[in-house]
Design a protein around this ligand. Structure first.
Ligand SMILES: Cc1cc2nc3c(=O)[nH]c(=O)nc-3n(C[C@H](O)[C@H](O)[C@H](O)COP(=O)(O)O)c2cc1C
Length: 343
C-alpha cells in the first residue's frame, strides 16, 4: 500500500508517508523551558512507525507563548536537549521537524505579562527583530540535528493573521492584496530557508479557509523556498469527523500546478481516509488527535486496524490542564502535566 512506501521531502527521505501533525504537547516547564518529557513524547511516536514527527509549536519569541505548557526556542534553550530529541527520534527510524510559531493575537497575556500582538500592532522594528528570532530558532534546530523546521502560518496565530484579510487590514505594503498579506510570512520563510540553505526540509502549514486565495499562497510559499506545504483550516476543531478528510477538495483545487508536495491534515482517522488522500494525488497524510488518543495509532494502522479510537470530543484541548491527561480515554495522569499546570 502506498502509505507505507518511503518518500522524500526536500533532501530528507521518510520511511513512509505518515506525518504527526504539530500538536502542542503542553510538556514544557511553566516558564517555557524545554523538557525531557517532550523528547519522550517524540520518541514514543517514532517508535511506533510515524514517518515524520512535527513537534508542537515552539515560540520563537518567549513573550508570545499561547499557554504555560508551550516551550520557547531561543538562545537560552538547552542545546543538549534539542540534540537528544533529534538523536532519539533518529534511533527509532523517524525524522523530526520543529514547528516555529508566534502566538500573535492568541498569545496569553497572563503567561507572558505582555498584551497579545497581531499584524496591526507590530511595528517595522518589531518585524525585523522577529525575523531575527525566527532565523535564530531555525539555526538552533539545524545545529541540533533536526531534519527541518515548519513555519506555522495557520490556526489564527501571528502569520495566519497576516494572511487573513479579516485580521490584517493594514493599509501599507503588508496588507491588502494576497501578495502584500504574504509579505511578512514570506520574509519569515525566506529567513528560515536561508539558515537551512538547500539542506533538510523547510515546511509551512497554511489554512485553506482564511486566506482568500490558497492557490496563490501556495505559489508564494514555493517561491519563498518551502519544500512542502501542509494544508489545514482555521476551523478544524469545529468540523464534523465523518471518516473523510476535511480539506481534501480545497487542497486539490488549490494544489493544481503547485510543484511542492502537499501534506493534508484534518479528520483523517482510518486507512481508508489516508488512501483517499494518496489516491487523489496528495503524497503525505498527517494526523493529530488520533495520535493524542493512541500514540501507536500508525503502527496499529499498519497492522490492519481499521480506524482510530479517538471520539473527537475535543476534550484534549482541556484535559491537559484540568486533569493532567492527554485524552479523556486515557486513565493515567502524566506527572509532567501536573507539574506544568498544577498549583
Ligand atoms: C490538543 C491539540 C494541540 C494542537 N497543537 C497544534 C500545534 O501546536 N500546532 C499546529 O499547527 N496545530 C496544532 N493542532 C492542530 C493539529 O495539528 C491538526 O491540524 C488538527 O487537530 C486536525 O487534525 P486531526 O483531525 O487529525 O486532529 C493541535 C490540535 C490539538 C487537538
Amino acid at each position: 500500500m502506498k502509505l507505507w512506501e518511503s518518500a522524500s521531502i526536500g533532501t530528507v527521505t521518510l520511511r513512509n508517508r505518515t506525518v504527526r501533525s504539530a500538536t502542542n504537547e503542553h510538556l514544557a516547564e511553566r516558564d517555557g523551558r524545554m523538557t525531557k518529557a517532550l523528547i519522550e513524547c517524540y520518541e514514543e511516536l517514532a517508535s511506533h512507525e510515524v514517518g515524520l514527527i512535527i513537534t508542537g509549536h515552539y515560540a520563537v519569541d518567549a513573550l508570545a507563548r499561547v499557554d504555560a505548557g508551550q516551550p520557547y526556542l531561543d538562545e537560552r534553550t538547552d542545546r543538549a536537549l534539542l540534540q537528544e530529541a533529534a538523536e532519539r527520534v533518529h534511533a527509532k527510524g523517524g525524522k523530526l521537524v520543529i514547528q516555529l510559531n508566534h502566538g500573535g493575537l492568541n498569545a496569553s497575556e497572563k503567561v507572558n505579562g505582555r498584551p497579545a500582538q497581531g499584524p496591526m500592532e507590530l511595528s517595522e522594528a518589531d518585524r525585523s527583530l522577529l525575523l531575527q528570532k525566527y532565523a535564530a530558532a531555525a539555526r538552533l534546530a539545524k545545529e541540533a540535528g533536526f531534519d527541518g523546521v515548519q513555519v506555522h502560518m495557520a490556526h489564527g496565530y501571528l502569520l495566519s493573521s497576516y494572511l487573513n484579510p479579516k485580521e490584517n487590514v493594514r493599509g501599507d505594503a503588508y496588507g491588502g492584496s494576497v501578495e502584500n498579506r504574504f509579505r511578512f510570512p514570506g520574509e519569515v520563510l525566506k529567513a528560515v530557508r536561508k539558515e537551512w540553505g538547500p539542506e533538510g526540509m523547510v515546511l509551512v502549514k497554511v489554512n485553506c479557509d482564511a486566506v482568500e486565495d490558497l492557490h496563490r499562497v501556495l505559489e508564494l510559499c514555493e517561491e519563498a523556498g518551502a519544500d512542502a506545504a501542509e494544508v489545514s483550516g482555521l476551523g478544524f476543531a469545529h468540523q464534523e469527523v465523518k471518516g473523510e478528510p476535511f480539506y481534501l477538495k480545497e487542497a486539490l483545487a488549490a494544489g493544481e500546478g503547485i510543484r511542492i508536495p502537499l501534506i493534508l491534515v484534518g479528520g483523517i482517522v482510518s486507512e481508508k481516509g489516508a488512501e483517499q488522500v494518496l489516491e487523489a494525488g496528495i503524497p503525505f497524510v498527517s494526523f493529530s488527535r488520533s495520535l493524542i488518543c493512541e500514540p501507536d495509532f500508525i503502527e496499529k494502522l499498519k497492522g490492519g486496524a481499521e480506524k482510530s479510537k479517538c471520539i473527537h470530543c475535543n476534550n484534549c484541548f482541556r484535559v491537559y490542564r484540568e486533569r493532567y491527561r492527554r485524552c479523556v480515554l486515557h486513565r493515567q495522569e502524566i506527572p509532567q502535566l501536573r507539574k506544568t499546570f498544577g498549583e
